[in-house]
Structure formats: C-alpha cells, structure tokens
Design a protein around this ligand. Structure first.
Ligand code: ATP
Length: 244
C-alpha cells in the first residue's frame, strides 16, 4: 500500500503540496487528476524518493520514502515524467540494465526481459538501438524498465502521453493484468476517458490538496453530473486539466 500523509512541499515561494493525503491500496488502480501545476508530479517524485517533502510522510508498505528512499524504492516500479534512454543501447539492453540494477542476474534476468518485451509488443524493436526511436517506442522501453522486476507497486506519471491507440490499449491491458495480480498502481493523467475506464479510485488534486476523492461514479454523484469530465470541471472550477 502507498500512503501519503499530510505532505507539504514548497519551492521558494511556490506551494506545490499543501497537506496532501490519500492512499493507493493493493490490487487497485488509483488515478491522480488535476490541472497543470496542481502538484501531481511533485507528489509522485516524493513517493519515489526523488524529492524530500518539507513535512508529512510518503509511506511504501510502511517505509518512509523520505527517511529510507532506497528501501522504499525496492518494491516500486517507476515510470517518471522525464526519462532518458541510452541511445547506443538496444531496447533489450536498456531493460536488462534496469533488471540488473534491481538485482536480477543471468538466465532469470534474460527471461524476465524477454517476457516483458513480448508483453509490451516490442519484439520488432527489441534489438534496435534507441537512437531514432519514436516517442511511443521510447515510452514502451521506459514502461518495460518500470515493470521488469515485477514490482509490488507501480507509479506512473502520465504514462499514455505519446502512445497511439494500439499502444494505449496494450498499456491499459497491462495495468489491468497487474491489478489482478495485486499490484497497487498509482498514475497521473489528464485523459478523463482513460481515468474513467481504468481507475478504481480517483483522487482529484488542486493547489496541492485533495479536492475530491472516490470512484468515478461517486464523483459524478457528488457533483450531480453524468461524466467524469464534467464532474472534474465542477470540482476544480476550470477545464484546465483536461487533455484535448
Ligand atoms: N523544481 C521546481 N522548482 C520550482 N518550482 C517547481 C519545481 N517543481 C514543481 N514546481 C512548481 O510546483 C507546482 C506543482 O508542480 P507539479 O509539476 O507537481 O504539477 P503537476 O500537477 O504535475 O502539473 P502538470 O499537469 O502541468 O504536469 C507548480 O507550480 C510548479 O511550477
């Protein structure tokens, strides 16, 4: 379980997180929705220990990401907002490198890499160097890196950006499969359709705080709307956080 408790974070005068609290339980997909600058990326980066909160806690199975970032990170897969690939390595080599960082070795590692490449429909690019990869191909490599060690928790910052329809479907199926296996999945998105289709729980963030939380149905009921997009607009008071 991922738990965020009263997180505060400021960047000089900007208040990015202002007492943010929610939890992402096992076997569920939790979606973080919010307008630009709401604090989603800051929250996710704090959970995976890349940023230190000023106060509050981000707990991964009870381990504080601020105090023990390495231990907290051991059981999480991360699909970050910005990622770089090693241009000279093939997709297979990149994923194998991440598997090695997670302590996997030899045949066990090679098999896990082959499986994840297959699962993400990457066989055609597996042995090509990353140089020249399209945005969607890069995203797939980053996704493969995030899940190759079969983490208990998966954190994704806008995972479907740049993916075509088929790749988005592959991603959705993958997240559903991982949920079935008990993984806790936390992802941020601006795509209402995706959130409504996938999430067991939606956490709407505005100005670093939770503005509303519940299932898509509960948020619609709360606002008297029939679609998540309309409910979101009502909660936030603007349509700023919705992807075109
Ligand atoms: N490193 C930083 N230095 C200064 N300000 C920052 C930094 N990182 C984030 N911020 C500010 O903190 C606030 C929250 O930013 P964050 O990136 O978490 O929002 P977000 O919800 O992910 O937005 P978006 O949907 O646009 O990606 C913004 O006002 C942003 O400008």
């Amino acid at each position: 379980m991922i738990e965020v408790k009263s997180l505060h974070k400021t960047f000089s005068k900007v208040i990015a997180l202002d007492g943010l609290s929610f939890s992402a339980p096992e076997g569920q997909i939790t979606g973080l929705l919010g307008p630009n600058g709401a604090g989603k990326t800051t929250c996710l980066r704090t959970i995976y220990g890349l940023l230190r909160a000023d106060s509050g806690q981000a707990l991964i199975d009870g381990v504080d990401a601020n105090l023990n970032p390495l231990q907290a990170r051991r059981h999480i897969g991360i699909f970050p907002d910005k990622f770089g690939l090693y241009e000279r390595l093939t997709a297979r080599e990149q994923v194998a490198y991440f598997a090695t960082l997670h302590g996997m070795k030899g045949e066990h590692r090679d098999q896990a890499v082959a499986e994840v490449l297959k699962r993400l429909d990457m066989d055609a690019i597996a042995d090509r160097r990353a140089q020249g990869f399209s945005q969607g191909q890069r995203m797939k490599v980053a996704l493969a890196q995030a899940i190759v060690h079969q983490p208990k928790h998966l954190i994704l910052d806008e995972p479907s950006r740049g993916l075509d329809v088929m790749s988005t479907r592959v991603l959705r199926d993958l997240l559903r499969e991982l949920r079935q296996q008990g993984t806790s999945i936390l992802f941020s998105s601006h795509v209402m359709q995706e959130v409504a289709a996938l999430c067991d729980q939606v956490v709407v963030i505005a100005k670093g705080k939770v503005a509303a939380q519940g299932t898509t149905e509960e948020l619609c009921e709360l606002t008297g709307e029939t679609a998540l997009e309309e409910a979101f607009v009502k909660i936030i008071g603007t349509d700023e956080g919705i992807a075109a």
